[in-house]
Write a protein that binds this ligand. Structure first.
Ligand code: TTP
Ligand code: MG
Length: 364
């Protein structure tokens, strides 16, 4: 089962202040530049029907919603975080196995408690929807299928307040007519490339020659696309480790392509991150730089080392190299925001196995 809250941030705002419910509601990430600089985080369905969606600049949204009595609100992350936590606990209690997929979505393995019966799973989903509505006064959409891939596509199929059950015998009929972009991992660019090969719908991808797919997208992705289009997904529902990465993003004083100006900001973020990692006794192996361009497209580049990193000078060297290469690969647009992420966490030296510890002690 995959559960996804409807227009989450905006719905929480409506709950807090019901008087805005029948107006377009736009939740915004205002940037540090002031004024209406920034992007739309999410909107309620009234605003969506008027064409205002996640990711567009706030100024565009204001233009579209002029004279529509729209409500613009800044994101209130602590509030959404608290609501999310309550809902995740509720969902977890209805699962055999649980995996949070994002702030407003989760996978629930329910095979045991429903004895693999889709009717029982549907009743359970209805129960969960009612409980979230009564306790949290929020609606969600739920998808049920034989694996995570199908459940996730199903939860997105009917929104808001939807419940979609895809029984195994309905799998082909359900997936075939959907555009390939509905598959996880098929973004806008990949979708265009697939369209170029004459593949528009999942049904076409499902029967497309796998060899030709791997020729175009590489072995790993080619096989993944072939399997996904056929509804095959063997990944487990499993609770993730507490933290897998730590990141920081900042808005540049002005849009730029100058390496020095970019590095000046990212080096500050790097030092902050390394300090926080040390506080938590963690090392990491991967460093990712993030670039949000003037057109708000997001790019990232990652470098993974064979050994753990705990030194901000090494991080800075990697960050410099990654941005240098990135600027060469993206030769036109200016950068608007920049960030860094560290991931691939490893244990700190002091937590080495006891035998390593002892042998070192004995030498000294
Ligand atoms: P989503 O579940 O993708 O979107 P949603 O809940 O707003 O709408 P839907 O009814 O289609 O599920 O994302 C969850 C929250 O994450 C969303 O409320 C706000 C935030 N978010 C952003 O800040 N930026 C984005 O580009 C997206 C897609 C989401
Ligand atoms: Mg959602």
């Amino acid at each position: 089962m995959h559960v996804d809250l409807d227009y989450f941030f905006a719905q929480v705002e409506e709950r807090e202040n019901p008087s805005i419910k029948d107006k377009p509601v736009v939740v915004c990430v205002y940037s540090a530049r002031g004024g209406d600089s920034g992007a739309v985080s999410t909107t309620n369905y009234i605003a969506r029907r008027l064409g205002v969606k996640s990711g567009i600049p706030i100024v565009f949204a204001k233009r579209i919603l002029k004279d529509k009595a729209a409500v613009f609100l800044p994101v209130n992350h602590p509030l959404y975080g608290r609501v999310s936590e309550e809902i995740m606990n509720l969902l977890r209690s209805h699962s055999d196995n649980f995996e949070q997929g994002g702030i407003d979505e989760a996978f629930l393995e329910v095979t045991k408690r429903t004895e693999g019966d889709y009717e029982k799973a549907q009743s359970l989903a209805q129960e969960i929807k009612t409980e979230i509505l009564e306790k949290e006064r929020l609606t969600c959409s739920i998808g049920i299928g034989l694996n995570k891939l199908v459940a996730k596509i199903a939860s997105d199929y009917l929104k808001p307040d939807g419940l979609t059950v895809v029984k195994p015998e309905q799998l082909t009929e359900f997936l075939s007519p959907l555009p390939v972009g509905k598959l996880l991992g098929v973004g806008r660019k990949t979708e265009e490339r697939m369209n170029g090969l004459g593949i528009e719908y999942i049904g076409q991808l499902a029967v497309f020659d796998p060899r030709t797919l791997t020729d175009h997208f590489g072995r790993t992705l080619g096989i993944y696309f072939h399997n996904a289009a056929n509804g095959i997904d063997e990944s487990l529902v499993q609770e993730r480790a507490e933290a897998e990465s730590l990141s920081r993003i900042t808005t540049l004083k002005e849009n730029t392509r100058e390496l020095n100006k970019i590095l000046e900001e990212v080096y500050k973020l790097s030092e902050d991150i390394v300090r926080r990692m040390k506080e938590r006794n963690l090392n990491f192996k991967s460093v990712t730089v993030i670039a949000i361009m003037e057109n708000l497209r997001i790019h990232s580049r990652t470098k993974t080392m064979g050994t753990s990193i705990d030194d901000s000078e090494i991080v800075k060297t990697l960050v410099k190299e990654l941005f240098e290469n990135f600027l060469k690969e993206e030769p036109k647009l200016e950068l608007r925001r920049v960030g860094i992420k560290v991931s691939n966490f490893a244990q700190e030296k002091s937590q080495k196995p006891l035998d390593v510890f002892l042998s070192k002690d004995q030498k000294n």
